[in-house]
Design a protein around this ligand. Structure first.
Ligand SMILES: Cc1cc2nc3c(=O)[nH]c(=O)nc-3n(C[C@H](O)[C@H](O)[C@H](O)COP(=O)(O)O)c2cc1C
Length: 383
């Protein structure tokens, strides 16, 4: 029985940090480069100010939102993440179960630790398949056909990983998938016996989609060959909704929308790719201004609370995804921990709406006052 309370992101993270071997925790927690890019985005998010209004009847509030015409009962979903079962052996099932319960999207990574077929079944059709282009594209196109055959309607094409960024913590720990176990990693595993024992009993997680005959993926191999022609080929091959993830440039967003991409997921990959990135939460607003109000924009990166979720909607998102916090909650308390975290987030969203004088997640843009304080440009000195 899970006794602890996950009142905040920090609660879940602190428990996960104790439970997970250091190399696993740092793989989930880590960033590219120095981590400054992630900090900058977190501070930009913290600086978003929302203007409350009073004397509005907010006694009845509705957290549902429509995505591609389907009603999601909650305004947030799970961003695709590789190898979720490293957080806890049943992580994939727990995430899928909650997605099914609340009818919200479950991002299924190319490198998921359960097969894409299992995940669409467990999530009762709520799963979205996330695709990485790789090599010369042969495997990529096979995966598209496989996702189509499995019954997926939504394909998320991640575009911000032409190469996997250098993540110093992973390098320091010698973290690889599949694990390579030397004396250092062995010590880490033996000093976290509960996790290690659980994983050995369940079977060490691997990239489940590539256990099948004829499928192959090298995590660290270059994905750099994809270009606009590749996008058109993918668009032609995929009959369902196509979402481009990892976009922070206004120009890219405009072009993608013209090339027939159905939605854009503004994302900085949680600070795990280009450290020098402009804060994605600010780019979200710029992209919303450029594409207009009718084009679907999703957002992930740095969301740590229900109030952050509301802020992302206020900055222009039509739906919001969370990454690390989902893994920490599941590492902290498996299914019950995750459920508790979703309740904490939902209550927080609901209370934030009430405080703003809102009853739902639409028309939040009018609450946005300002984001990160503009840096002051010094006046040129007059000689
Ligand atoms: C451990 C881990 C693995 C990830 N794997 C993938 C992946 O396979 N594909 C992908 O598009 N994004 C992946 N991401 C990025 C997430 O989808 C998302 O963009 C990011 O985690 C959001 O930021 P947050 O963790 O601050 O919420 C991963 C993130 C983490 C933390």
């Amino acid at each position: 029985m899970f006794q602890q309370q996950l009142y905040s992101y920090e609660d879940a993270r602190a428990i996960a940090r104790r439970r997970l071997p250091r190399m696993v925790f740092d793989y989930i927690d880590g960033t590219a480069g120095t981590g400054f890019g992630e900090s900058l985005n977190l501070s930009a998010l913290a600086s978003v100010r929302l203007q409350p209004r009073v004397l509005v009847d907010v006694s009845m509030r509705d957290l549902s939102v429509a995505v591609f015409g389907s009603k999601c009962l909650l305004p947030f979903g799970v961003s695709p993440m590789a190898m979720c079962n490293l957080a806890a052996p049943e992580a994939d099932r727990c995430l899928a179960k909650l997605s099914a319960k609340y009818k919200t999207p479950l991002g299924v990574s190319t490198m998921s630790s359960s097969t894409l077929e299992q995940l669409i079944e467990w999530s009762e059709g709520c799963a979205w398949f996330q695709l990485y282009f790789s090599g010369d594209g042969t495997q990529t196109f096979k995966l598209i056909d496989r996702a189509k055959h499995a019954g997926y309607s939504n394909l998320v094409l991640t575009l911000d990983v032409p190469e996997v960024a250098r993540r110093p913590l992973d390098q320091r720990h010698g973290f690889t998938i599949p694990f390579r176990i030397g004396p250092r990693q062995l010590f880490d595993l033996l000093t976290h016996p509960r996790w290690t024992f659980g994983q050995v009993l369940a079977g060490i997680p691997g990239m489940a989609n590539f256990a099948a005959e004829g499928f192959h993926f090298e995590r660290t191999a270059s994905r750099g060959k994809a270009d606009w022609t590749t996008l058109r080929q993918i668009r032609d091959r995929w009959p369902g909704k196509l979402i481009a993830k990892g976009i922070t440039s206004v120009e890219d967003a405009l072009r993608l929308s013209k090339e027939g991409v159905d939605a854009i997921q503004v994302s900085g990959h949680g600070g795990r790719q280009l450290d020098a990135l402009p804060p994605p939460i600010l780019q979200l607003r710029a992209i919303r201004t450029a594409v207009g109000n009718d084009y679907p924009l999703f957002y992930d990166s740095g969301i740590r609370s229900g109030e952050d979720i509301v802020k992302a909607y206020a900055m222009g998102a039509n739906f919001v995804f969370l990454g690390r916090s989902m893994q920490y909650a599941v590492a902290a308390g498996a299914g019950p921990g995750l459920e508790q975290w979703w309740k904490t987030l939902s209550n927080d969203v609901s209370i934030t709406l009430a405080l703003l004088g809102k009853t739902g997640l639409s028309s939040l843009a009018e609450c946005t006052l300002a984001s990160e304080p503009e840096p002051t440009v010094p006046e040129p000195s007059v000689p």
